[in-house]
Design a protein around this ligand. Sequence first.
Ligand code: GMT
Length: 375
Amino acid sequence: MNIGIVCYPTYGGSGVVATELGKALALRGHKVHFITYKQPARLDFFTENTFYHEVYVSSYPLFDFPPYETALTSHLVDVVKFEKLDVLHVHYAIPHASAAIMAKQILASEGIHIPVITTLHGTDITLVGKDASFEPVVRYSINMSDGVTSVSESLKQDTYKLFDIKREIKVIPNFIDFTRFSKKNHEHFKTAIAPNGEKLIVHTSNFRKVKRIDDAVKVFAEIIKKIPSKLLLVGDGPERINIEKLCRELNLIDKVTFLGKQNQVEEILSVCDLFLMPSETESFGLAALEAMACELPVISSNAGGIPELNVDGVTGYLCDVGDVATMSEKAIYILEDTERLNTFKAAAKARAMDFDIHQIVPVYEEFYKKIIAGN
Ligand code: GMT
C-alpha cells in the first residue's frame, strides 16, 4: 500500500506511535509518506520505502497566527495526488483530522477518492478537543473520517461520552518494539549514578501538569525514608521549573537527577528498578509500556487507559489519582524485597509482550485494507 501518515514530529506520545508504525509498515514493504512540519524525532533511519514531506507555512506579516492547517491541507492534496496514496492515516485529531477531511473534500471535487483514518490519542479528546473552541470541528472530522481508531477502550468510551459520534471506533492499542526497548546491560552507568547500590526510580514525560510529577517527587520522598534510592526525571516541559523548586523545598536535590530530553530513553530505563506514572489522565500510557518492556514494575494512577496496561498487584500497582500515601506504600512493598521485585519485573516484561509491535502492526494493516475496500 501507499500510505500517508500525518503526525506531530515530537518525542512523545502520538508522534512516536505514528512514526514507529510508519517505520514498521515500511519494513513490511509498504511505501510510507510522513507529512508534517519537522522531521519526526523517531524517523532516525531511512529505508527505500519511507518518504518525508515537510509542510512550510508562509510567514506573511498579516498572519498573527501562521495558518498551518491550511498549509497542511494543501500539502496533503498535493501528496495524495502526485504520490498516488491509497490511504491517509492521521494521528491526533487537532488539526490533522480536520485538515485531512478538507483535503479529502478538495480531492473529491477533482474526482479523486482518498480514505481518511483518524487515530485518537488522548489529549485531542480528553483535554483539548472537548473545549468549546474545538469541539464542533473535532466532532465533524471524526464523523467524516472513513475509519477511526483509539489507543484504548477507555479513550473510545471518553470519545463517545464527550462528543456526538456516529462512527464505530476501533480500539488498536499502542505497541512496543522489543529490538529497541529491552533491558540492556549498562552496569557502568548504574554504578556511576547509584554507587552505593541505591534503587533507581524513574519517571519520563513531557513535564506537563497532567503528568502530576509533583506526586512522583512526593512518592520518592517517602520511599527514601525506607529504601536508599535515587530518582531520575527524564524529559522537559513547562512544569520542570516547579518540580525543581519542589525538590529544593523537600531537600531532595542531591537525590534527584534531571536528565532532560533523551533520545535513548531505553538505556536509562535499563538500569532502573521502578517506574512512576501518577498522571491525572492518560489514554494509554506509552511511557509505562516502554518501561515495562525494560522490565520495570509500574506504580501508576488508575486513570484512563492505564488499567488496560498495568495489572494491579502483578506488573505494579494502580492507585487513585493523587493518593501519594498508597503509591508510596506500594512502591516500598515492591522495592523492599529483592525476590518480590524480580517477580514484578518479570511480570512487567511478560505483560509488555502482549503489545509487541509484530502483533499490533498487522491489525493496522488489516484495518487499512478494510477501509480502502470501503467496508
Ligand atoms: O502524554 C502526552 O501528553 C502526549 C500525548 C500525545 O498525544 O502525544 O500522549 C497521548 O498519546 C499517547 C500515545 O497514544 C498515549 O500513550 C498517552 O497516554 C496520551 N496522553 C494522555 O492521554 C495524557
